[in-house]
Design a protein around this ligand. Structure first.
Ligand SMILES: Nc1ncnc2c1ncn2[C@@H]1O[C@H](COP(=O)(O)OP(=O)(O)O)[C@@H](O)[C@H]1O
Ligand SMILES: [Mg+2]
Length: 429
C-alpha cells in the first residue's frame, strides 16, 4: 500500500519541494519582497494556487530560497535580500469589517503564524524554527510556551481601550522593536492576509494598509481578483503602492500540471509511476487547476493500491474517470453539485451545458469564464430542457451554493463562481 498523500496533497503547499512551476511569478515575488515600500497583492481565481504562492513568499521573506533555487532563479537572488519575520492570517467570512480584522489579528494565538506570538510577554518562550524540512535555512519565530500570564500582552504593547487601530499599531511596533530588529536583526515584519476578499465590508482596509506600511512593515494581501481591486480602490494611493507588487495567478500551463505528477513520482521515491499518456490526460482534464491534478493523482494512487499495480496507465485512469462521472470520487465537489441540481434532471442538463460553454473570447478578451445564457438557451432547446427560467434561480440562490453569479452590468451573462466546480460539472457528465 502506498499512501497517496506522500506525493499528492489537496492542502495549500507550504513545502518548497512540493511547489511546482510558477517561475515568472516567483521572480515577481522575489522582487516584491525586495521593494521596501510596496504592497504585495496576489490575485486570481479560486483553486488556482494563490495561497500556495503566498506561502512561498513567506519562505522567501524569511530567507529560505529553496523554491527559488528549485526554479532556477538562484542567480537572481540579491546578495543582500531583504529578510523579514512573518505573520500569516487566513480571513473568514465571519469578519465583518476592518475593525473585526484587527481584533482577530490581535488575538490570533497561532503559535507559528500569529501576530500575538511576536509580542514579548513575561514568561513567554519564543524559539527560532524553520518552515521548511531542513533546519538552518530561513528561520522564523514560534511560541513554545505562552507563559504564566497566558496571552496577557498588555505589559509590552499598550492596549488602548476602544481604539483597535492604535492598539494594533502598538502591537506591531512592539513586534518590530523586540523581535524583528533586536532579536532577529531583520529588515522588517511581513503581514500576509489570505482570503481577504471574504471580508464583508472592505472599506477602510486600503487606507489602513497604506497608513501602516513602512520600511519595516510590509503587507501582502491575497484574494480573488475583482474583490482584491475593490479593497485597493478605497484609497487611490494604495493603487500606486501595489503597482510593483501585483501578482496575477493564472491557471497553470499544461506542462506544469504534468510536472506536478512528475514531482509526485519523486516524492513517492519511484515506488509508483505514471505513464506519459496519463500525465498528459490528467493535465488536460484539470484545465490548469493544480487542485484537480492533485485530486485526480491521489485517486489514481488509491486505485492502483486496490488493483495492486505500481504503474498508473490509462486503464487505472479510466476507472478513476468513471468514479468521477458516477459522483464517487470527490465527495466535497459532489456535495456542492448535488446541492445545486437537487432532484431535477433538467437542471442537471442545464448545468452540464453551461459548464461546457465556450468562453466568448472575442467579446470578452481578458474575462475568461463568462457564460452566455442566450447561447445556452438555444442548446437547451435542442436538448429539450423545459423552462430554463425555472431552472436557473436555484443555481444563483446562495442557499444552494450558489453555483453561478450574474455578471454585474451585463444582462444575460452568468459565470461559475468556482471554476473547479465548473470543470467538475464537465467531468461529471
Ligand atoms: N505550485 C503548485 N504546485 C503544486 N501544487 C499546487 C501549486 N499551487 C497550488 N497547488 C495545489 O492546488 C490546490 C489549490 O491551491 P491553493 O494555493 O489553495 O489555491 P487558492 O488559494 O488559489 O485557492 C492545492 O491543493 C495545492 O496543493
Ligand atoms: Mg487560498
Amino acid at each position: 500500500m502506498i499512501n497517496p498523500e506522500i506525493g499528492f496533497t489537496s492542502d495549500v503547499i507550504t513545502n518548497p519541494n512540493r511547489f511546482v512551476g510558477r517561475t515568472e511569478l516567483l521572480r515577481n515575488c522575489l522582487k516584491a519582497v525586495n521593494t521596501p515600500l510596496s504592497l504585495i497583492g496576489i490575485h486570481g481565481k479560486r483553486g488556482v494556487g494563490k495561497s500556495s504562492l503566498a506561502r512561498q513568499i513567506q519562505q522567501i521573506a524569511v530567507g529560505n530560497y529553496k523554491t527559488l533555487i528549485n526554479s532556477g532563479l538562484k542567480h537572481e537572488i540579491p546578495e543582500r535580500s531583504r529578510e523579514y519575520v512573518t505573520v500569516y492570517y487566513q480571513c473568514d467570512s465571519i469578519i465583518k469589517n476592518v475593525e473585526d480584522l484587527l481584533e482577530r489579528l490581535l488575538n490570533d494565538q497561532n503559535d507559528s503564524d500569529g501576530l500575538l506570538r511576536l509580542i514579548p510577554n513575561e514568561g513567554k518562550e519564543i524559539v527560532e524554527f524553520s518552515r521548511a524540512d531542513e533546519t538552518d535555512v530561513g528561520m522564523d519565530l514560534k511560541v513554545i510556551n505562552w507563559g504564566a500570564k497566558g496571552i496577557e500582552s498588555s505589559r509590552y504593547a499598550k492596549v488602548v481601550e476602544n481604539n483597535t487601530v492604535q492598539t494594533f499599531r502598538n502591537f506591531v511596533d512592539a513586534a518590530i522593536t523586540h523581535q524583528v530588529k533586536k532579536k532577529m536583526k531583520r529588515d522588517g515584519l511581513l503581514i500576509i492576509l489570505d482570503e481577504i476578499d471574504v471580508i464583508q465590508d472592505k472599506s477602510g482596509i486600503g487606507s489602513l494598509i497604506k497608513s501602516l506600511s513602512s520600511e519595516s512593515l510590509k503587507f501582502a494581501i491575497c484574494g480573488i481578483g475583482d474583490d482584491l481591486f475593490e479593497i485597493i480602490s478605497d484609497h487611490s494611493s494604495v493603487e500606486r503602492l501595489l503597482e510593483e507588487g501585483s501578482i496575477n495567478v493564472e491557471p497553470m500551463p499544461l506542462h506544469e500540471c504534468e510536472e506536478i505528477i512528475s514531482r509526485a513520482e519523486v516524492l513517492f521515491d519511484g515506488e509508483i509511476k505514471f505513464t506519459q499518456e496519463v500525465k498528459s490526460e490528467i493535465a488536460s482534464l484539470s484545465q490548469g487547476y493544480p487542485y484537480l491534478v492533485q485530486l485526480i493523482g491521489k485517486e489514481c494512487v488509491s486505485k492502483a493500491n486496490i488493483t495492486n499495480t505500481d504503474i498508473i496507465d490509462s486503464e487505472v485512469l479510466d476507472e478513476v474517470k468513471s468514479d468521477i462521472s458516477n459522483g464517487k470520487a470527490f465527495p466535497t465537489l459532489e456535495r456542492q453539485y448535488i446541492r445545486a441540481i437537487g432532484q431535477s434532471e433538467d437542471r442537471k442538463n442545464l448545468l452540464y451545458i453551461l459548464a461546457h460553454q465556450k468562453e466568448d473570447r472575442t467579446m470578452f478578451d481578458t474575462e475568461v469564464g463568462k457564460l452566455v445564457l442566450k447561447k445556452a438557451r438555444r442548446d437547451a432547446e435542442d436538448l429539450d430542457i423545459k423552462h430554463i427560467d425555472q431552472q436557473l434561480p436555484r443555481l444563483i440562490d446562495p442557499k444552494y451554493g450558489p453555483v453561478l453569479r450574474k455578471v454585474p452590468d451585463m444582462t444575460g451573462y452568468y459565470e461559475f463562481i468556482n471554476p473547479i466546480l465548473r470543470i467538475y460539472c464537465q467531468l461529471r457528465g
